[in-house]
Design a protein around this ligand. Sequence first.
Ligand code: GLA
Length: 386
Amino acid sequence: MLPNIQSYLAGRGLSRESFSLGLHSPGRINLIGEHTDYTGGWVMPAAIDKGIEFYARRIDAAELRLHAVDLDQRYTLPLPVTGKTGELWVDYLAGICAEFQLLGHEVPGMEIVFGGNVPRGSGMSSSAALEGGMAFLLNQVLGAGISRPQLALLCQRSSNNFIGVPTGIMDQFASLNGSAEGPIMLNCESLEFSPVSAKLPGYDWLLVNSMVTHELGSSEYPVRVRECAEAYAAVKTAFPDVPNLSSTSPEQFAAVAEQLPEVVRNRGRYVVEENARVREMAKALKAGDVKAAGDLLNATHAGLRDDYAVSCPEVDFLQKQATGAFGGDVAGARIMGGGFGGCTINLVRTTDIPALQEFLTGAYAEAYGKEPEFYGVEIGAGTCRI
Ligand code: GLA
């Protein structure tokens, strides 16, 4: 049990034994395949060892008594759920209840305590961990027998329809279906996935948190979704058999590119290229080709910065310093997640990691007066009972 939850419970005279169900719901990282999920593309995420723990017990009342340990907040949610509460963390949980209700289930009264250790604002998707954990919890309590991929789809519906953000499926899918063995290569249209190994001897994956929070992301994300829909509309007119933007070949895209407004053309080209990079990354990892893997990360960063326009000066700085001014061996780096802040993911020679951290800390303080945080990537299992 996480220490923050333990002390919260102890303060109320409670312990693990007070709860019949406990579960761990992980956050996620993404090696490559960014902003491709909502156009049916390829992604390469992994569940991490950090996440949110939930503890639940039945109560004899038609309500959920919710305890958000890290926020030190409580909320009593009447059942059945009839709509948003206006409290975002409650709504992430309420939306999952609403989706189970739509499937014909009656959500039972429960007391639920949850808390986590995913660094805030790092882009490691604590919101997906919250949704996925609640979905896993209800699936267990109701004995609903819903598969993990279907639970991820349920979470996505909740995000899209209840919360009202048009996110793809990558985050919830990775959290629910991840494996401690390594990342998964997932096709977001068919939901077929296979494990890959992210181990490159002598190198490690390091996250560098810019400590910039992605407020712009919430307004710009739906804009990118619409721009991709516009790009696909042109593709579909010319090539009716192409099922989505991510399945468009570079040649097909080139054939329609000129008729698109410049911004939409840039977005579409990025998506088409990024899908190819995910497949290239799978090959590079299999071959143990560090240089190729690093070049792909750098190319993704350039695409996200210039064509997709979801980076920010601080993150560009950290990416550039790591891959340039730092004299050591960083094979490549890129912004990770939805964008406009959060972390870069870096492929670094293991022995150079301390020097890189020192270098970036100094350079970032000088340029922006901020101190970055560093996290080693520890891949973990998908959602599980504890
Ligand atoms: C956010 C969304 C995901 C995905 C990423 C970008 O994390 O929740 O669905 O679109 O951005 O790859």
